[in-house]
Write a protein that binds this ligand. Structure first.
Ligand SMILES: [Zn+2]
Length: 241
């Protein structure tokens, strides 16, 4: 399917990062999967499903050459119009291979993303300084989105400063400090996304929670999410208008 931004007009809820297809009118889902899983997911996907395909740090197995082979498969896939981002990719201090291996892989992924001009959805656990350093080094202007953000406001500020967006699920929204920070700094709302990831909640309930904690009516939130979607995935800088 060729997704047109006009299709957004009928969309109410956007799930910026999920692992399951959920096809219903008014819902748009960005399903994240590994290169080898794409065909299977794509066969099941309806017209309101778009994809991010990447190599998750937990699933970096085998040699460097094997990783490069997987990158070749990934790069071929990225010519498809329904794959709108690379991801998940990133760094995880608590799981996956040694830090050095993860850093080499993530650096390669960032370089590829810059070359083919695709944004990256990032999985990060306790490796934020390294993510920021690698982004500065390899992809300073590339839009990247840290998904499932569940850290404190000072870190959030730092991420915004380095051109990163963050996607929030219920865990992030249920914190007290992050919504408080966003309510006081509404200029940063253009760097926020909403997601369900691998949970069983509906993205609609994530929107409902976001409205409560951000003290915002649902229509205003929906408009912001659509603009953020266009800006992040399609580099549409006129999204504000
Ligand atoms: Zn995920």
């Amino acid at each position: 399917m060729k997704f047109s931004q006009n299709d957004l007009e009928n969309i109410e809820y956007i799930d910026f990062h999920t692992h399951q297809e959920f096809d219903a009118p008014q819902y748009l889902n960005v399903v994240s999967c590994e290169p080898e899983e794409f065909e299977n997911h794509n066969n099941k996907a309806g017209s309101n499903t778009l994809f991010s395909v990447g190599i998750h740090p937990w699933l970096l197995k085998g040699s460097y050459d094997e990783f490069i082979d997987r990158m070749r498969i990934l790069e071929k896939l990225l010519t498809k119009s329904n794959i709108i981002a690379i991801g998940e990719a990133g760094l995880d201090k608590t799981r996956g291979p040694a830090a050095a291996t993860q850093i080499v892989a993530f650096s390669e992924i960032l370089k590829t993303a810059v070359r083919i001009n695709k944004p990256v959805i990032v999985h990060c656990v306790r490796f934020y300084p390294e993510i920021i350093t690698l982004k500065k080094q390899f992809a300073p202007d590339l839009p990247i989105m840290i998904h499932g953000y569940n850290g404190k406001p000072p870190l959030l500020k730092q991420l915004f400063k380095h051109n990163c967006s963050v996607s929030l699920g219920l865990a992030g929204l249920n914190r007290r400090d992050v919504p408080e920070f966003l309510r006081a700094n509404t200029q940063h709302l253009d760097r926020i996304a909403l997601e369900t990831d691998d949970s069983n909640v509906s993205v609609k309930s994530v929107y409902t929670r976001a409205c409560e904690v951000l003290d915002m009516n649902e229509q205003a939130l929906k408009n912001i999410m659509k603009e953020n979607f266009k800006r992040f995935f399609f580099n549409d800088d006129n999204a504000q208008n």
